[in-house]
Design a protein around this ligand. Sequence first.
Ligand code: SF4
Length: 471
Amino acid sequence: MYTLRLWSVRHARGLRRVYDFFSRLAPAFAPVVRLVGRRRAETVLHPFERLLKGLMFDCRACGQCVLSATGMACPMNCAKEMRNGPCGGVRLDGRCEVKPEMACVWVEATAGTKRIAADRQAHPTPLLPAIDVRRRGKSTWIQVFEGRADPAFQPPVDSRIVPESELGPLERACRSGRFVVTVEVAPPDSADPGALLQRAAKFDGLVDAINITDGAGGNCHMSSVAASAILAAHGYDPVYQVACRDRNRIAIQGDILGAAALGVKNILCLTGDDVSQGDHPQAKPVFDLDAVSLLHVARGMCDRGEFASGRRLETPPDLFIGATVNPFVPPYRDRIANLEKKILAGARFIQTQFCFDVGLFEDFMAEVRRRGLHERAHILVGVGTLGSAKALKWMATHVPGVHVPEALIERIGRAEDPKRAAKAACIETIRALSGIEGVAGIHVMGHKNEDVLAQIIEESGLRRQPRLQAV
Ligand code: SF4
């Protein structure tokens, strides 16, 4: 089955022609469907559809087939059911983060899409909404016969007009054009807010905002929404990270409203690491939304003032909405399509995965500038350090989505003082990044490494303590 699935992607162009031919014929079958009745037509047709698509595409019968738009690779075979492009965890050899025995579905989809597209740089996959579970197990062919509506959702119209005085500190800093610095802090394994505030205080005066991770790596900590609210109440500007892994759209929207009500001004929409990476591998992953559909939902709440269901909000939240991108793993330059979709779906700032390879990032930024994406969203590049070659090697091998060049590992390994050498390499990276056109700032990351991260910010000459950024 898997071999046939790969064959279909390799022959995406021919299969797309077959699809186009039948979709032109489809309206002719509509009267037949009406005559025999939809239910009866479905009973006859659906087993045949399932068999054929099951064999050729490993079809999961989601009832919302988009194969013709995803290079004949079924996105439902993705372990996170991503509908809008690859997650950030794709392995360096193009294999899946969650199921390394198979190629990433979206690496396949990208290859298939480029086979179909005349312009091989193009990636016409539309913005796809989250799955409607009520349609699972239903025939898509019948929908095509009946002239189904375009499955793509319309990009949001940015109707958010907020006076400068009401913007949060991070948005103000991004708009000011100065080099922005954000830092990632993991909430504590504690019911005591003191532990969180202690970590945050290390960055007083050094950063424009503090990201609060949401079960990073699939590990359980204090909730991101609560930790963000605590920071907001203490004068910090938190970025509330929202992962789709643990909550469905009902819970997420409730949390977004709650966060805004508690003074949070920024959210970062993520798909999230798989549960298999963390300390609860036995947990059930949710992935009701992916990062793109979450962005769309969040923008709908802020801009149109409504839930994903269309129900009106009494008071809409007003949030600076961001997303992530990982240019350092396959499909490399084609990740640009993923970034473009996120911006189209509503992201106004972007934070990247760790950048240990400035050359690779420069290639990516060249394409970002060519498409003018840096003018539509503020791009903050992820940087950080680990104190030894062994730790870097471990990260490169065990953390899907992180690319560490061998040359860097060797450099740290050869150094007399590996910690100092790792810090120096990080500062060099920051200086190189600050010279790249279109880079709006950096996003500093490193689990339980706050002291070193604060030193890096100061020693790179970006900021000096003490200077508290009050909301
Ligand atoms: S690597 Fe990510 S996007 Fe690709 S198939 Fe696996 S879970 Fe899906």
